[in-house]
Design a protein around this ligand. Structure first.
Ligand code: ZN
Length: 57
């Protein structure tokens, strides 16, 4: 999987919508690619923050 493909899967990953095969490839890429890993962590933090904001509305 390339970084671009990985990037395309991040939103689906955070919504738990990836197929098993996609998820396996995604995890394999993250294990090998530090830049995508930090990207996913940053993205997840934003999603969590947004979720907390929505809960307070
Ligand atoms: Zn990557």
């Amino acid at each position: 999987m390339s970084c671009i493909e990985c990037d395309c899967l991040v939103a689906g990953y955070l919504d738990c919508e990836l197929a098993e095969l996609e998820l396996a490839g995604f995890h394999r890429h993250l294990a090998a690619c530090a830049s995508c890993r930090s990207h996913v962590f940053a993205y997840r933090r934003v999603v969590i923050l947004l979720g907390e904001e929505l809960r307070d509305l």
